[in-house]
Design a protein around this ligand. Structure first.
Ligand SMILES: [Mn+2]
Length: 369
């Protein structure tokens, strides 16, 4: 009984959120808001940002979606192009002071963007945080709606639309918005397999306004030549021990970073493999190791696994982390960063490759190569 009343309390708190957000937006006409997505925005975040921009416009607020890293997955590029979504890449060093009167964090709580510190330095007040990850106390927003029990953050926005903030009325007017949110929900919940009741309710609400052909086109992007090459390398270099498949793919351009999770997804389709880790040295403004973990093993927590296997950097933060079934890590190369002659580059890769493999094999208690 106690648990049920807890659920009821939570539900009634959530049902008040749309009204509270409306009250906040009403008083802010004429302002310009910075909508901050994570450095590598995914469809869930992009669709939430898109929904916020539409909501804000309704109340006379101009909102701009910003991110500090890269949109590299071909599906995400297709989403942004096909649905006419404006996203702006900001170099953390060039962040414009005085342009924004408030910041909005969606599908994250400030810990996954390099722009958070810049906004704070520029004195931009944090207005809104809407997220479905576990609560963190990085930010103190005026309005906060964090629902860890929801599969996709996009479903929370659908709740706002439906709750009266911007009810969808016609397919022509709301097609792109509904299609973006539907794509956010589908991609964030593993094609609805991980979806919760609220995600299904949201998807049902969007369905009449959603464009199935557009959605199909976004979801069926062909892989780039480079992604195919990285997958091939990952296949060639893989080492399998006790169901864990680990593969280093060498150097890759920042634009091709997203080939790592795609290669990991592909390697996970091999029989007897339950967990895959694919990593490489990403060369961009900074040179660092990026890696992706994918698992189908329910008992394995990617977050805990990566934190334990790789440990922490000097600053105290972990090299990696994750959510259910997926995780990632980034290891700065520090003094060893920067492009070198071929021989030194090879030595550098061989060293990091061996070291990382050793860390993971030690963690799983298996012999390395
Ligand atoms: Mn999300």
């Amino acid at each position: 009984m106690k648990k049920e009343s807890g659920v009821a309390e939570q539900e009634s708190a959530e049902s008040k959120k749309a009204g509270q957000l409306e009250a906040l937006l009403k008083g802010r006409a004429g302002e310009r808001h910075a909508v901050i997505l994570q450095d590598f925005p995914d469809p869930d975040a992009i669709s939430c940002g898109f929904a916020y921009c539409r909501l804000a416009a309704h109340w006379g607020i101009e909102a701009e979606m910003l991110y500090g890293g890269r949109i590299s997955h071909q599906e995400n590029i297709a989403m942004v192009n096909l649905l006419n979504i404006n996203v702006t890449l900001y170099d953390a060093d060039e962040f414009p002071r005085g342009r924004y009167q408030g910041s909005v964090f969606l599908d994250g709580q400030g810990t996954t963007s390099c722009l958070t510190d810049r906004l704070e330095e520029a004195g931009v007040p944090v207005l809104i945080v809407v997220d479905h990850h576990a609560p963190q106390d990085r930010l103190q927003p005026l309005f906060s709606d964090i629902r860890p029990s929801v599969g996709a953050c996009a479903s929370i926005f659908v709740d706002y639309l439906q709750g009266g903030l911007l009810p969808l009325v016609s397919k022509a007017e709301h097609r792109n918005l509904a299609t973006a949110l539907m794509h956010g929900i589908i991609s964030e919940t593993g094609a609805l397999i991980e979806a919760q009741a609220q995600d299904f309710t949201a998807a049902a609400y969007l369905q009449p306004f959603c464009d199935r052909e557009l959605l199909n086109e976004i979801l069926h992007q062909q892989r780039s030549h480079k992604v195919m090459e990285v997958i091939s390398l990952a296949l060639e270099n893989r080492v399998i021990r006790s169901g864990y498949c680990i593969s280093g793919v060498g150097y890759l351009r920042a634009a091709d970073r997203d080939a790592l999770p795609q290669a990991a997804d592909f390697l996970l389709t091999e029989e007897m493999v339950h967990t895959v880790i694919v990593f490489g040295i990403v060369q961009g403004d900074r040179e660092e190791i990026h890696g992706s973990l994918r698992t189908i093993r329910l008992t394995l927590s990617p977050d805990q696994f990566l934190k334990e296997a790789l440990g922490k950097m000097a600053s105290g933060s972990h090299y990696g982390g994750g959510k259910a079934r997926a995780g990632g890590f980034e290891i700065p190369l520090g003094f060893l960063a920067g492009q070198d002659d071929p021989e030194l580059s090879k030595l550098k890769w061989d060293t990091f490759n061996s070291k990382i493999q050793k860390k993971f094999f030690t963690k799983i208690g298996a012999e390395g190569v």
